[in-house]
Design a protein around this ligand. Structure first.
Ligand code: 5GP
Ligand code: MN
Length: 358
């Protein structure tokens, strides 16, 4: 159990931890909920937390709104995750009837899509562990750190090892899951990791004899031919540069995705190429899904894409990486995007201060 030794600067206070402990004592069954299109961080944190709680005799139901990418299928315990797109009633009932729900790696209920209404209806005690900006008001326990942390997996590590003083309960399988989440959310330790604690956490996980190189290969060197060709097509046919706004964007229509036999996760990472050119400070990636356009935003420096996503595309995230959505056509969505750019003249222009700082 955690040693109660928490100072006032901590994002988590004793009282909150005691409150959560009481809930854990009252609820043997725990529901763990992750966001739509779950990534390595969402799945890694959910799997590790479930393996931890199971050591205290809890049974955990991990619920995902939809499918997860093939390159995460190797994760220990992934077979026990239930998908709301395949078992809608089962998952909705678990959420509505739960006594205790952990919400991991998201902070707005709309991010669980079809489980949004069950989550809002549920009377469960809701515990949030997350690293996105501005959590909604509905959570009873909030462990939310947005700066100086890489990922929800890093926070789950801190929660277990620091706040509950249970570092010795972190098994190798848990360490693999947590390392995978930190690695994927930092783009293999290239962003959101300019703080010692992220590297210290990764170091502690590596010290548990996990094979970081193999985890990296499992995730980044297992693409299908179609996925690599879709990337090539995105860059040669669908990348647009707007030098006057130091901006670029890439879009993929439903037909494009079909042509390359799209599978969940195949577009992951494409957005980063839009930002990889020196003059570009802001990029967007639009991909057409059933009935909506999913958008990823990335930026360098002080252009805040969390604010941009919230203001124009009903989204959010972090300062330099955010997401949003649109229910307009692709053409209309891109038109709205282009119309928004001139609203940021002091941030998005080739000669703006700091434009070439990177
Ligand atoms: P991605 O572009 O990789 O889907 O998302 C970038 C970051 O923004 C991730 O941390 C993701 O969890 C977050 N994000 C994506 N969409 C949304 C959204 O609609 N709301 C919020 N708050 N965060 C989002
Ligand atoms: Mn994350």
């Amino acid at each position: 159990m955690w040693n109660g030794n928490v100072n006032n600067m901590d994002p988590l206070q004793n009282e909150q931890l005691q409150n959560l402990q009481r809930q854990l004592e009252q609820n043997r069954e725990v529901v763990i909920l992750i966001h739509h299109n779950p990534d390595g961080d969402a799945l890694g944190s959910a799997l590790a937390l479930s393996m931890y709680l199971e050591q205290y005799g809890h049974s955990c139901e991990i619920l995902s709104p939809n499918a997860f990418p093939d390159f995460l299928q190797w994760m220990p315990g992934i077979g026990k995750v239930h998908r709301a797109d395949l078992e809608p009633e089962y998952c909705a009932e678990k959420v509505v009837k739960a006594g205790l729900i952990f919400c991991l790696d998201f902070n707005q209920s709309k991010r669980v899509q079809d489980l949004q209404i069950p989550l809002e209806k549920s009377k469960a005690f809701k515990a949030l562990i997350d690293h996105h900006i501005a959590p909604e008001d509905q959570f009873d326990f909030v462990y939310s750190v947005t700066d100086e942390t890489s990922s929800t997996c890093e926070l789950v590590y801190q929660f277990i090892a620091h706040y509950r003083n249970d570092g010795d309960k972190i098994t190798r399988e848990m360490a693999e899951c947590l390392y995978a989440g930190i690695m994927t959310d930092t783009g293999s330790f290239s962003y959101s990791c300019d703080n010692p604690s992220t590297h210290e956490t990764a170091g502690k996980l590596i010290a548990m004899q996990i094979n970081g190189e193999r985890i990296h290969r499992n995730i980044y060197d297992t693409y299908s031919e179609n996925r690599v060709r879709l990337l090539g097509f995105s860059l040669s046919e669908r990348l647009h540069l707007l030098p006057e706004y130091a901006t670029s964007y890439i879009y993929l229509t439903k037909e494009d995705l079909k042509r390359f036999n799209y599978r969940q996760g195949d577009t992951e990472g494409i957005v980063n190429y839009g930002l990889s050119m020196k003059p570009v400070r802001f990029t967007a990636f639009f991909s057409e899904r059933d009935g909506r356009i999913r958008i990823s935003f990335r930026s360098k420096g002080d252009f805040d894409v969390n604010e941009f996503a919230r203001a124009h595309f009903n989204g959010g995230g972090h300062k330099n990486a955010a997401g949003g959505e649109s229910f307009d056509t692709m053409e209309e969505t891109i038109r709205r995007f282009l119309e928004a750019l001139p609203k940021y003249p002091d941030k998005l222009c080739p000669l703006c201060a700091g434009a070439y700082a990177f």
